[in-house]
Structure formats: C-alpha cells, structure tokens
Design a protein around this ligand. Structure first.
Ligand code: UDX
Length: 434
C-alpha cells in the first residue's frame, strides 16, 4: 500500500515513520524545504526517543521518503493523511484550521485515483465533512472518501503508542474507505488491537472527549492533593486506593503542578468553544481549564513560601523546564509560568534540563543555564523540581546538600519521599503530601 502524509511535524513524522515500519510505502511531505532537506540528511527536527533510528531504517529500506511537494506521491496513494498543525486561533480559543483547509485544496487539485483523505491532526467536529465539501467543490470528478483517524500519541512514548495502541479510531462512512484503513493498520489488527469504526463526527469528538477527560482526571487529583495537604493525607496513597478500582484506573492520577503540553491545553479549549457554539456547553471542561491555568500561576507562590516568603536576591535552582520528560517541547510548560514569576519577585534563576534548554532559552530570559543538575544547584538557596526526568530521581542527596547554600527542595512532581528527605536534613515540600 502507498500513502502520503502531509506535515513533518510531531504527528506527521511519527505516523509516517510508523506506517513505513508496518511496510507501507510512505512519503512524508512538508512545504518547508529546509526541514525536508534536513530530514533527507537524516536530521530529526524533534526530540522523540527512537524516532531517529526508525526514520533511518525505513529510509534505508525504501519504505519512507520525504518531499517538499505532494506531487507526484499523491497520484498513486491509497490514502493521504493530513497531519498539519491546528494551533489555537488567536483571540477565540478555536482551533485554527487554515493549514488543514489549505491542505484539502491542494489535495483536491491533485487527486488522480480513488484516495482516502484522512485527518490525523486533531480537528473540531465537522471538519471532515467540510474537507469533503471543499474537495468536491474544487474537483467534482474526484473519487475520494474522507476519514477521521485521530492520534493518541504521547510525546516521549509516541512510537510505542503508535505500535501498541489501546485502540484505533476510524471515522468514515464508506465500506471502501474502511477497508483501506483497516488494511493500513493490518499489523495492529493481527495483534487484536480494538478498532472502533464509526462515523466522522463521532471519531472527531472521541479524540477531544478522551483528551478532555484525561485533563479533567489530572485536575481532579490535583484538587484532591490540595485537600490532602490541609487534612494531612497522602495524595499518592489516595490515588492508588482510588485507581485500583478498575472503573477508575491508576493512570493519569499523578498530582503535579498542572498539565501542559501541545494537546491538553489546546484541545480542552477547542472542545469548550465548540460545545458553547453548539449550545451544549461542557461546564466541567470549562472549569478544568480555569482551575489548571490558576494552578500553574500559583506554583511560583509555593516556591516563594518555601523560601520564607522572600526570594529577592536569592538563587533558585530549577530542575526540568519541559512540560514533561523525554521531550524538548516547551508548549504550555509550567516553567513558563513559574520562572518569570520568580524573576518578578527578585529571584536569580539557575536552571538545567536534559534536552529542553535550547528551546527554553528562546522563551525565557535572564536564566543562567547549567551544564548539569549539580551545577544548577551550586550556591542555590532552594531547588524546585518541575519535570520528572529520570536523572533527577536518584540524585546524591549528600552532594546536593554540600553544593547548595540551603537544603530547601520544592518537589512539584513528588519524585522523592518526604520522610527520606527530612531524615537527610532537607526542608522538603511536595504536592499533596505532608
Ligand atoms: C497527550 C495525550 O496523552 C495523548 O493521548 C494525545 O494524543 C496528546 O496529548 P502528551 O501531551 O504528549 O499526550 O502528554 P501526557 O503524557 O498526556 O501529559 C500531558 C500533561 O499532563 C503533562 O504536563 C504531564 O506532566 C501532565 N500529567 C500527566 C500530570 O500532571 N499527571 C498525570 O497523571 C499525567
């Protein structure tokens, strides 16, 4: 089978490399010629564990190639995947679909045989039908079907998520399109991965509902964590006790500083806006958005409070700046709220992140970037852990104490144990544990 994937961003690149790994002849297209030239040289523009080897292997064996134009690849493709960006539109919180519709117009102009046009990008309900209308208007002769096939990839484990998903959602309205899609996912079909084949709108909404639910689940445990601190309970034990109930599940119950990243903030906002526009507002999601935004803003206050309410002239070490580990993605990372607020309060920031510093340096100013975690801690009055990178989990506590001016730690990811830290002589604060 042959496919064209439009967009060599996060979703496009991972999807293209994984389909190629399935044995599908895949061309990944991006109008950014520089990006394509870099990919052809074997340079991967994003940090995703395992992606470089996957791309290199499939380029070598001829399953994967890159191009700056969708022509001629689209002419003999069984399916074309739209995996372009859908950023939050400025001003109203809706997803900006201009890249998606531009891709649809270009597809319309170049369809040469029956092709399934698939949306992989997260698009609001109704977008698939609008794409079909645009293509039909621009090219009435075209033989095509539109299909929604949302991705559920987590940054840092995207390849595993693609290769061993909990389910594949396919939204289409013709048996012909469904058979192309199931053939593409045949290796997963053989592994008995559940395939949810449904209508277009249902598939589109499923993606938003899943992300909004996960964001709400995190927000729920974050609020329980705040209560734990007041009543002397331990949020990790509460989460375990709740999560062992099969109806609830243990995942996405880690209390922290609030969710960030490229999906949850954007998708919850877009879902809330769509629901409002349709006259069926989802107040639970609106509240989640509000609570999470406030929570992220409040995190700097916690750090300041741990420093006896005064950080003026004090050096604060920050460990981890990306929105989660195993990525260099800074989008909606809590560090973007915390670091400027600490600076505003007069703190001097020494920070370290294993892979995110290059991206972070573009967004944060007056930060002294350190070569490693201990360098960031040297001379610091307090340390705040913002991202749970593995290398922060087992640091040498004696060494930390010896390099810091004062052993104050604010652990926003609960990676250390309160008793152990106190025994080691630290003033230690975490989330939802006393
Ligand atoms: C998410 C979805 O998981 C994925 O299915 C979707 O396709 C894209 O969005 P991603 O943004 O890569 O993936 O990261 P995820 O692991 O879901 O974490 C998102 C945010 O929630 C991070 O800031 C993370 O720190 C936070 N989080 C996650 C928590 O605070 N607690 C948790 O228990 C889980």
């Amino acid at each position: 089978m042959k496919i064209t994937v439009l967009g060599a961003g996060y979703v496009g690149l991972v999807s293209a490399a994984c389909f190629a790994e399935f044995g599908v002849e895949t061309v990944c297209v991006d109008p950014n010629a520089e990006k394509i030239a870099a990919l052809l040289r074997g340079e991967i523009p994003i940090y995703e564990p395992g992606l470089d080897e996957l791309v290199a292997r499939n380029v070598r064996n001829g399953h994967l190639s890159f191009a700056a134009s969708m022509v001629p690849a689209i002419h003999d493709s069984d399916a074309v995947f739209i995996a372009v960006g859908t950023p939050t539109r400025r001003g109203d919180g809706h997803a900006d679909l201009s890249y998606v519709y531009a891709a649809a117009q270009e597809i319309a102009a170049n369809l040469a045989r029956y092709t399934v046009v698939v949306t992989k990008s997260t698009v609001p309900v109704g977008t698939g039908r609008e794409i079909a209308r645009l293509i039909r208007a621009a090219n009435p002769e075209a033989a095509f079907d539109v299909c929604s096939n949302p991705e559920f990839l987590r940054e840092g484990s995207a390849i595993e998520d693609f290769m061993r998903p909990d389910r594949v959602v396919i939204g289409c309205e013709s048996a012909r399109a469904a058979s192309v899609m199931t053939a593409l996912y045949r290796p997963l079909y053989l592994m008995e991965t559940p395939m949810v084949v449904t209508g277009l709108e249902t598939a589109e909404l499923t993606k938003y509902a899943a992300n909004a639910f996960l964001a709400t689940k995190i927000t729920f445990i974050n609020e329980i964590a705040d209560l734990c601190e007041k009543v002397g309970a331990d949020v990790q034990a509460v989460a375990k006790g709740m999560g062992l109930d099969g109806r609830i599940g243990r995942k996405f119950l880690h209390a922290g500083p609030g969710y960030g990243g490229s999906c949850f903030p954007k998708d919850t906002l877009a879902l809330a806006r769509t629901a409002q526009d349709q006259g069926a507002p989802i107040r639970l999601v609106e509240t989640t958005i509000d609570i999470n935004a406030r929570r992220k803003k409040r995190m700097a206050e916690r750090i300041i409070a741990a420093c006896a309410d005064n950080v003026r002239g004090k050096t604060i070490a920050i460990l981890g700046v990306t929105f989660k580990p195993n990525t260099d993605d800074m989008r909606d990372s809590v560090s973007l709220d915390i670091i400027p607020a600490l600076q505003e309060a007069g703190a001097i920031i020494q920070a370290y992140d294993p892979v995110g510093m290059k991206e972070a340096a573009k967004l944060l100013s007056r930060v002294s970037w350190s070569a490693d975690a201990y360098a960031a801690l040297t001379g610091a009055d307090a340390v705040a852990i913002l991202t749970e990178w593995n290398e922060f989990r087992a640091m040498d506590l004696t060494k930390i104490k010896s390099v810091m001016k004062q052993p104050i730690m604010i652990d926003l990811r609960n990676i250390y144990k309160p008793e152990e830290m106190r025994t080691a002589g630290f003033v230690y604060q975490s989330i939802g544990r006393v």
